[in-house]
Design a protein around this ligand. Structure first.
Ligand SMILES: Nc1ncnc2c1ncn2[C@@H]1O[C@H](COP(=O)(O)OP(=O)(O)OP(=O)(O)O)[C@@H](O)[C@H]1O
Ligand SMILES: [Mg+2]
Length: 136
């Protein structure tokens, strides 16, 4: 099982993943509070050469950044119904990478062709991180 022992290792995993991506994709992030989803998005940003500070979009729901590819960072923690995800669906048709925290809240509206990243807190600083690629 892939595990990381520090936030830096989790970022590194995301950087390696994003280096292999050259076409638009949705990256759905699953895991409890504090599991490392935002840390992972910071790694995606770093891998794309984005130098902005990545702030969690918990209240604004979405932030966009420009790098080697565009990065959209969505956080669905505060949505109550799947339909509230609809305004963000068009982001998925776009040229960039769309990373979604609390992706399960989008339910059936998540695209089938996507990459799932599932985080489990094992210990204080240990995370199990499973990446499932459903693009093909
Ligand atoms: N191996 C690790 N990987 C990632 N984060 C870690 C690790 N070990 C400790 N941490 C800490 O766990 C926290 C993860 O926070 P983060 O904001 O990324 O969680 P999150 O999954 O986005 O939570 P939320 O659902 O609240 O948005 C950070 O404080 C980070 O320093
Ligand atoms: Mg977060």
């Amino acid at each position: 099982m892939p595990t990381t022992k520090t936030p830096e290792e989790t970022m590194f995993l995301a950087e390696s993943l994003v280096r292999s991506i050259n076409s638009p994709v949705c990256i759905a992030l699953f895991g409890e509070l504090g599991a490392g989803k935002t840390v992972f998005v910071k790694g995606l940003a770093k891998g794309l050469g984005i130098e902005d500070v990545i702030k969690s979009p918990t209240f604004v729901l979405m932030r966009s950044y420009s790098g080697r590819m565009k990065l959209r960072h969505i956080d669905l923690y505060r949505i109550k119904k799947e339909e509230e995800f609809l305004p963000f669906e068009e982001a998925l048709m776009d040229e960039g990478i769309t990373a979604i925290e609390w992706a399960e809240r989008a339910g059936e509206l998540l695209p089938e062709k996507r990459i799932d990243v599932i985080f489990k807190i094992l210990h204080e600083n240990n995370r199990e991180i499973i990446i499932n690629d459903y693009r093909n």
